[in-house]
Design a binder for this molecule. Structure first.
Ligand code: GLU
Length: 550
């Protein structure tokens, strides 16, 4: 039996050979220095914030170097796949408007010349390369059962040896003759294809990581599985084939993959490929009880990108925040250039954290407040509506019915040098502003002045003597001060501080009565602006609610 015949026996249903695929995927025609980056998420659960982070970094690096960034769904681990996993990835890409150049649109269609962009559709490609390795005696079949594997592990544990399939542990199967293999195959024993590692654990492999610098590891000496018994490759093997054929220049991924690096390097070398450059990004961490730990898929709701969508934290704010995690000098640049598109900022590996990037919710919300204070009220309204249509149907109705009032409310103190920063999530807008259009059973947050008789006195005096819808801001406030003088409250705060005993209270206490009477709340944006929006009829109606109270 020739080695070709042998390989054909082991992988009988491969449509093309290695050469076919190497010719099919042409070298990319890009200018020197252009980076080709990708992310390779696995659809094994919800989309992790770390994946979004990697997507932003990978896209940025490609765009700023006039390169290409693509999305490749890595769904070879059939056991861990979840239903809708791929859809969740595609949805997150859409929601966060990640500008991939090449990507799957859905299970059937895609954009790009280097696809398929879903690994399970590339099985023939992987098998073609495995077949080539079998012909070259760089890979071999392994018939080890689960039972035998367990036994082997137990022995290794007992002898305090490294766990895995290597050296003497692999020698028996490595040396099976083609005839012995043929016999096993003919009798239907399932098999995987393993790498015939040439590495030695005693030797070092040195890798220059773009972020972490020079790294040194023992060489890989494990005969890792390349193809599983169902013919599906492992992620390790698939990525080496894909990143080569798809022309990846820089693999940007989480540093949890560092320990696999020696294997990956050996895979590229065994395949006769030049390994890409690697840039391992520090994982996003969280501080808990003074200790840092990786943000966890199981424990932390904020690990899921959906969390931000549900809460209504703007996509743009999340993206800006992730940029601050990516590059230490981004924040400074952003503060100096608040009106620039964040795409104008250049990311550099030197400014990326080599250890953990600490997740800070407060900081994210602060970015969100800033962002929301800088967009127009109309744009803000549209974003809220878009959010509510998915997450808060009840609010949609009010948003549509009271559109003008809501936009006007969002617009209070917006187009000024220092705009108000009242809002950080769409999910909190409704409870923040609904007093503007619903005032059926207000709960009044009275402050200093709580006695109903006095409250009524103030309100009645105001309504009958001082309220005039036409007044401008200044006149309006002067009248409140006049009213204070009339009712025995200090209109001048300095005076009041000098001799508080001379007064019933001060102008702030009186304004608060008016504010609470009209909104229920003790804290609101500018009361004058609120009154302008409410209008005379609504104002007198709201005051009457209290005046008429028995
Ligand atoms: N499929 C791997 C993951 O789920 C991607 C690793 C890589 O980017 O090489 O994280």
């Amino acid at each position: 039996m020739t080695r070709e015949e042998y390989a054909n026996m082991l992988l009988p249903n491969v449509l093309h050979d290695r050469k076919y695929y190497e010719e099919k995927y042409k070298k990319r025609n890009l200018k020197p220095g252009a980076m080709v980056t990708r992310i390779g998420p696995s659809p094994t659960g919800f989309v992790h914030i770390g994946t979004l982070y990697q997507a932003i970094v990978a896209n940025k690096l490609a765009k700023q170097s006039e390169g290409v960034c693509f999305l490749r769904v890595e769904d070879t681990d059939q056991k861990r796949l979840v239903e809708n996993g791929i859809e969740q990835i595609l949805e997150a890409v859409k929601t966060y408007q990640i500008p991939f150049d090449e990507y799957p649109i859905d299970m059937e269609s895609e954009v790009g010349e280097y696809g398929p962009y879903i690994q399970s559709k590339r099985v023939d490609i992987y098998q073609a390369f495995v077949k080539d390795l079998i012909i070259k005696d760089l890979a071999y079949p392994s018939f080890l059962t689960e039972e035998e594997k367990k036994e082997m592990t137990e022995k290794q544990q007992k002898r305090k040896q490294r766990i895995g399939y290597y050296g003497i542990w692999a020698s028996k199967e490595r040396s099976l003759t083609m005839e012995e293999v043929q016999e096993k195959v003919a009798s239907g024993i399932p098999y995987v294809i393993r790498l015939k590692s040439k590495g030695s654990f005693e030797n070092k492999v040195v890798i220059e990581d773009c972020i972490k610098g020079k790294l040194e590891f023992p060489e890989n000496d494990m005969d890792h599985v390349l193809l599983k018994s169902d013919g599906i490759p492992t992620y390790h093997f698939a990525h080496a084939v894909d990143d080569t054929l798809m022309g990846t220049t820089h693999v940007t991924r989480g540093d949890e993959w560092l320990s696999s690096l020696p294997l990956h390097i050996e895979l590229f070398q065994t395949l006769g490929f030049e390994p890409p450059k690697y840039a391992h990004l520090a994982t996003i961490q969280k501080e808990e009880d003074g200790k840092k730990r990786k943000i966890s898929k199981r424990k932390d709701p904020e690990a899921n990108v959906k969390f931000y969508n549900e809460k209504g934290i703007p996509v743009e704010a999340v993206k800006i925040y992730l940029m601050t995690l990516a590059n230490s000098n981004f924040e400074e640049w952003f503060l100096a250039n608040p009106d620039k598109d964040i795409n104008e900022f250049e990311l550099h590996f030197e400014n990326m954290s080599t250890s953990g990037a600490l997740f800070d919710m407060e900081k994210l919300l602060n970015i969100s407040r800033n962002y929301l204070s800088r967009i127009t009220a109309e744009e803000f309204y549209n974003q809220i509506l878009e959010w509510a249509e998915i997450y808060s149907q009840d609010f949609v109705e009010d948003l549509k019915t009271y559109k003008d009032i809501i936009i006007a409310t969002l617009n209070i103190e917006r187009n000024v040098v220092k705009p108000r920063k009242d809002y950080d999530m769409y999910s909190e807008i409704e409870s923040n502003i609904n007093y503007m259009y619903h005032f059926e059973n207000p709960e009044y947050e009275w402050q200093k002045i709580t006695e109903m008789k006095e409250i009524k006195n103030i309100l009645q005096t105001y309504r009958t003597k001082y309220f005039n819808e036409e007044d401008n801001d200044e006149v309006w406030f002067n009248k409140i001060k006049d009213m204070c003088d009339e009712l025995g409250y200090a209109s001048n705060m300095k005076e009041y501080k000098k001799n508080p005993e001379n007064y019933k209270g001060n102008v702030a206490d009186v304004s608060t009565v008016l504010r609470v009477a009209l909104t229920g709340r003790s804290r609101t944006p500018n009361l004058y602006d609120i009154m302008k929006i409410l209008g005379k009829e609504e104002i007198t109606g709201r005051i009457a609610l209290l005046e008429d109270e028995a």
